[in-house]
Each structure stands twice: as structure tokens, then as C-alpha cells.
Design a protein around this ligand. Structure first.
Ligand code: DGL
Length: 274
């Protein structure tokens, strides 16, 4: 990859757009390609092998679109596929390409937010089962206790735009109650799935006001900006004329219609086969 290229942003569906929106605010001069694997969402209930295979196929597609740097704006892919991609796949390329995730930027800052040193994690079953948050938080902040709750239905509620339905109220309340029943010391809840910010109004409604709710978009975008400052050799490979392209593995018409809800403005996407 000798030419300059865009930053690739990947998610299993629409969720990554909640992070992408913040990244564009932080780095408006860069070119970006967003890829949503909408045809195969959700990833959160799938096996390690499947998430790794789907994620690696998507990363390869973004390489082919010329991206020297890719952000997995998906916690499930970050927890189940990132390490294998970094250690098995990337060393096979002679050039300097990079794939980053969303777990490390969040876990290295979580200590700034909690006073009680008890943190709740709301995530997909895949992210919870991988224990990535528990392991990473212990590495940075051994004094913090982590309580996790898997919310298997939440991604489907968001992908199907059921976020204001009575069903969404039921499932959001159920998992908040189950998380808070694990400890009365939790003072910070992290939305560790990029789809969950769309459920924020309901999550806020069923969470006591004394508990803060963290979203990842701003944390990840600030971390990416710092990363580029500290890695000029990567930054020099990135094109900066503010062009943004969207690709989906499903129907572009449906993507365009739904993506606005996550992204906050109209998008025009193209179909891609993996
Ligand atoms: N948005 C993804 C995440 O952050 C998960 C969605 C899915 O289950 O595919 O974990």
C-alpha cells in the first residue's frame, strides 16, 4: 500500500456509526470508508470462529478499498477477532497497515470515571463471554471491580428500529435490573456495544440518576486522534480531503434509510460482497 488512503471504520451493522459520528467531529480533514456487515448482523450471539472469519473478511475488503488503518467500531469484533488479526494476519503483510479496536481506548480511561471502583458493563453475549473488559480493566486498574450483563436482544431492537416500543422498555429494564442486582456499589455503567447509544433514553430512564452512563464514541475518537499524533508513520499514509464513503453487505436502499438514525444525517451507500 504505497498510495495514501482512507481510514476504514467497521461494524457488524449500524452501531459503529455512533462511534464514526464522533470520529468525524474529531478528525474532519481525513477520508473515511465505513463498512457495515448488515447481511450477517448480529455478531454478538455467534462463536469466536465465526466472528473472527466475518471480521477478517471485512478487514480484507477495507484493505482492498485502500485503507491503511482500520478501526473495528464493534466491541464484539474487537473482543473476539482483533487479537488474532493483529497477531496472525497482519504480520503477513510487508507494509505498515494497522487494525485498532474500541476496548483498549475505553478500558484505559475507565478509572477516571468511577469513584466507588465498581463498574457495570452492558454488552453482547459474545463480548461478555470473552471477558475482554474484565481482563483489560484489571490490567489498567487492578482495584476496580467489574460486573457484566449480557443483553442478547438489544442489538436486534436497534437494528429493527424498535427502540421506542414496549418490548424495548421491557428488555432494557430487565437487564439494567439484573446488572444492578449484582452489586449496589456500581456508580458507572459502560455501554460496551456500539449499538446501545440508540437505547440511551431508555437506559437512562431505568438507571438511578446517581449512576453515570458512559458511551464510547467520544472516548474512542479522542484516542484515535492521539494515536495519529503519536504515529506519524501511519498518519502520513492517510488521505485528508474529507471524503466519506459508505458500504454495506445488505441492501444500500435499506442502509441509507436506517443509517440516518445512527449517523444523524443522510448517507449514500454502495453494496459490497465479501
Ligand atoms: N455493535 C456491536 C458491538 O459493539 C455488536 C452488534 C452485533 O451483535 O452484531 O458489540
Amino acid at each position: 500500500m504505497n498510495k495514501q488512503g482512507p481510514i476504514g471504520i467497521f461494524d457488524s451493522g449500524y452501531g459503529g456509526l455512533t462511534v464514526f459520528k464522533e470520529i468525524i467531529k474529531e478528525l474532519p480533514q481525513y477520508n473515511f470508508v465505513y463498512l457495515g456487515d448488515n447481511a450477517r448482523v448480529p455478531y454478538g450471539t455467534r462463536s469466536f470462529e465465526t466472528v473472527y472469519q466475518y471480521t477478517w473478511e471485512s478487514v480484507q475488503a477495507l484493505f482492498e478499498l485502500g485503507c491503511p488503518l482500520i478501526v473495528l467500531a464493534c466491541n464484539t469484533a474487537s473482543s473476539k477477532a482483533l487479537k488474532s488479526i493483529q497477531t496472525i494476519n497482519l504480520p503477513q503483510f510487508p507494509d505498515n497497515r494497522r487494525v485498532l479496536g474500541v476496548i483498549r481506548p475505553t478500558t484505559e480511561r475507565i478509572g477516571e470515571f468511577t469513584k466507588s471502583r465498581s463498574v457495570g458493563i452492558l454488552a453482547t453475549p459474545g463480548t461478555v463471554m470473552s471477558n475482554s473488559y474484565k481482563i483489560e480493566i484489571k490490567r489498567f486498574f487492578p482495584d476496580i471491580e467489574v460486573f457484566q450483563e449480557a443483553c442478547p436482544i438489544w442489538v436486534s431492537l436497534v437494528e429493527n428500529n424498535e427502540i421506542n416500543s414496549p418490548g424495548a422498555e421491557y428488555f432494557v429494564k430487565k437487564h439494567i435490573d439484573q446488572l444492578l442486582a449484582k452489586s449496589d456499589k456500581i456508580d458507572t455503567i459502560l455501554l460496551a456495544c456500539t449499538h446501545y447509544p440508540l437505547l440511551y433514553p431508555l437506559i437512562r430512564k431505568f438507571t438511578p440518576p446517581s449512576i453515570q452512563i458512559l458511551q464510547q464514541g467520544e472516548i474512542v475518537s479522542k484516542s484515535l486522534s492521539k494515536y495519529l499524533e503519536h504515529h506519524p508513520e501511519i498518519d502520513h499514509q492517510l488521505k485528508k480531503d474529507s471524503e466519506i464513503l459508505f458500504y454495506t453487505t445488505e441492501s444500500p436502499e435499506v442502509f441509507n434509510e436506517k443509517a440516518g438514525l445512527f449517523f444523524g444525517k443522510e448517507v449514500n451507500s454502495t453494496h459490497i460482497s465479501l
